[in-house]
Design a protein around this ligand. Structure first.
Ligand code: ZN
Length: 243
């Protein structure tokens, strides 16, 4: 399965990007990570990253050997450009255009473009992101077509032959938990439960079975429902194999 490709993973410190990182560590000989500081309301995501990287190294020794440098890039210009519930202290609501106001226009396009620029310098030919169109809020910059078009645009604009990989694109949240189980067993699932951060409100008071979070924001709700479905599937499989 291991290829000589070298990858740069967009790593925010959440469940999805951590699963993507494990996916990349299983496949590519050399893996680096990039995170963005863009004036998120709760920069807690960024603070969980170093511990998470440390934990991932201990899941499998070969992952530790493949995992290279971590880069944090200041993209504060995003909060200068847009006013959204991700960057301002305003209520999360649905907008008239059918998108929640957590949508930061152009964010993923900018992230991928900045990642491609860094990858160019570092000699990394695969970009990995946790974009998913299955059960998220319909963010248009998470669409498969958006990412495919961006891959073409970046390669034309930089005269490269890089690949843009999105392993979670067609998975729902329960399947994302199952992918983690498949990649790194219970140890990885436990790392993701306890050490990743997804909650929009930045809550890390109580450790629920699905991880830390307020339990009520859209991100927590999705994560918790996915985890319960994943657990139910595991229990179902155990029952089937026992019968
Ligand atoms: Zn929450």
């Amino acid at each position: 399965m291991l290829t000589n490709d070298a990858a740069l993973v967009l790593f925010s410190g959440g469940q999805d990007s951590t699963t993507c990182l494990a996916w990349a560590l299983e496949r590519f000989a050399r893996v680096e990570t990039i995170g963005f500081d863009y004036g998120q309301r709760h920069a807690i995501e960024l603070t969980v990253r170093p511990r998470l990287l440390q934990q991932l190294r201990s899941v499998k020794p070969e992952w530790g050997a493949r995992l290279g440098e971590d880069h944090t890039i200041d993209l504060g210009l995003i909060s200068q450009l847009s006013q959204t519930a991700m960057t301002e202290d305003i209520e999360i609501v649905m907008q008239e255009n059918g998108l929640p106001n957590t949508f930061v226009p152009g964010r993923n396009l900018l992230f991928m473009t900045v990642a491609a620029t860094l990858a160019y310098r570092r000699g990394l030919n695969v970009l990995v992101g946790g974009m998913c169109e299955t059960d998220f809020s319909g963010y248009p910059d998470c669409r498969d077509d958006t990412m495919k078009a961006l891959q073409v645009a970046l390669n034309l604009g930089m005269d490269t032959r890089s690949r843009l990989e999105t392993p979670l694109m067609w998975l729902d949240k329960a399947q994302t938990w199952a992918l983690a189980q498949q990649l790194g067993g219970t140890q990885l699932v436990d790392v993701i439960r306890a050490d990743t951060h997804t909650c929009y409100k930045g809550e890390r008071g109580t450790l629920h079975d699905w991880g830390y979070g307020c339990g009520t924001c859209p991100a927590c709700d999705l994560r918790a429902r996915g985890y319960r479905l994943f657990q139910a599937t595991l229990t179902g499989n155990r029952q089937v194999s026992a019968d």
